[in-house]
Design a protein around this ligand. Structure first.
Ligand code: SF4
Length: 381
């Protein structure tokens, strides 16, 4: 079992908080459509270049178009990429195929085109239903466009809809955040991701905070909003299966779950990461160099590392605790290490403090535990 990820490095505009690799039209030094054309040519070459053993022998159960803004690609381009992938890699007919969508870039026609191209799940970046929040975040869409996007996706035949929201915006009160969650519930998504606003270095938001133009919320308010989110969504039937992700039963993102499972995945496009067996590598985060390298028939890799058993084990604990827990039996078979015995003191204390549970050999964090997930991971070192 394995997964495919495609990083589409274009945005109509760079949001102030975002540190993902993508370029806006004014940064591309010219015609963005021409740039997209060159990128697609290079992407085809990368798909072909990697189309060898062992990658061609796996069964791929998920494909994910992320970015950037993949919904800037015309549906025909998405269909062509999927066709190319299918020629080289064994993608299962029932694979989950997700496209990240920015509501400011689509209409009914393009969403219907994506469905025809093979997209069966959309992850819609809404972030807030308050217009002033959207302006602050410099999103390119309105709340009405976001709502219409959900409706149009369904009309286009894409029933599996995930929404992204951001909480802990400067000055955000629990009432305002509740308003966002209520608006989201009215749209009845199958999946919802709620991220706390992080001030990433080298972003306009970072500089605004440094210049004291923006005051981030304090840790206490952040935790209050997060706990409220978990309770609110649980009451509405959405189970938390990762720190920031919630789903109706059966609608957990298969793609993300694979990452957290340490399943093999191949990433294509500038800045994309790949993980296979015990090796990780990542592509250069520069579109021009990516295109040039592939033009010369060279892989666009920027770096790689091989993980030893201890590193894999540590990652596996971290990824498991962040998501739906650690299957202790599977862990023992994989690493020949009995976590329950070796960390008996740590686990007992976590359970006694209400931070974790052990149920049928599955160690998982509680709501309270997710709040201090990073600290808990440290205790398994
Ligand atoms: S649209 Fe998404 S990827 Fe693009 S800048 Fe905004 S948050 Fe980042």
């Amino acid at each position: 079992m394995a997964s495919l990820y495609l990083h589409i490095p274009f945005c109509e505009h760079k949001c102030i908080y975002c540190d993902f690799y993508s370029i806006a039209p004014h940064e591309g030094g010219g015609d963005q459509n021409a740039l997209i054309g060159r990128f697609l040519g290079a992407l085809r070459r990368e798909i072909d270049l990697r189309g060898t053993a062992p990658f061609t022998g796996a069964d791929y159960t998920t494909v994910y178009f992320g970015g950037g803004t993949p919904s800037l690609l015309p549906p025909e381009a998405v269909g062509e990429i999927l066709g190319r992938l299918r020629e080289k890699y064994r993608i299962r007919p029932d694979a989950e195929i997700t496209l990240e969508v920015n509501p400011g870039t689509v209409d009914g026609e393009s969403l219907a085109g994506y469905r025809r191209a093979g997209i069966n799940r959309v992850s819609i970046g809404i972030q807030s239903f308050h217009e002033d929040d959207l302006s602050f975040l410099t999103r390119i869409h309105t709340a009405e466009q976001a709502k219409a996007c959900v409706r149009l996706a369904r009309e286009a035949g894409i029933g599996n809809v995930s929404l992204d929201l951001i909480f802990a915006l400067p000055g955000q009160t629990p009432e305002r955040w509740r308003g966002n969650l209520e608006e989201a519930m009215a749209l009845a998504p199958s999946h919802i991701s709620c991220y706390s606003l992080i001030v990433e270095p080298d972003t306009p938001l970072f500089r605004m905070v440094q210049a004291k133009q923006v005051q981030p919320v304090d840790a206490e308010r952040d935790a209050e909003l997060y706990e409220f989110t978990i309770d609110f969504l649980a009451r509405h039937g959405y189970a938390q299966y990762e720190v920031s992700n919630f789903a109706l039963p059966g609608f957990e993102s298969q793609h993300n779950s694979r990452y957290w499972d340490h399943t093999d995945y191949l990433g294509f496009g500038p800045s994309a990461h790949s993980f296979w067996s015990d090796r990780r590598w990542w592509n250069i985060a520069n579109l021009q160099t990516y295109v040039d390298r592939l033009g010369r028939g060279e892989p666009p890799t920027a770096g790689e590392e091989s993980l030893n058993r201890d590193q894999l084990m540590e990652e596996s604990i971290f990824l498991g605790l962040r998501s739906s827990g650690i299957d202790l039996e599977r862990f023992r078979r994989r690493f020949e290490r009995d976590l329950q015995r070796d960390f008996a003191g740590v686990i007992d204390r976590l359970v006694a403090d209400g931070l974790a549970t052990v149920d049928r050999a599955q160690l998982r964090l509680t709501r309270k535990g997710y709040l201090v997930c990073d600290e808990i991971c440290q205790s398994f070192r």
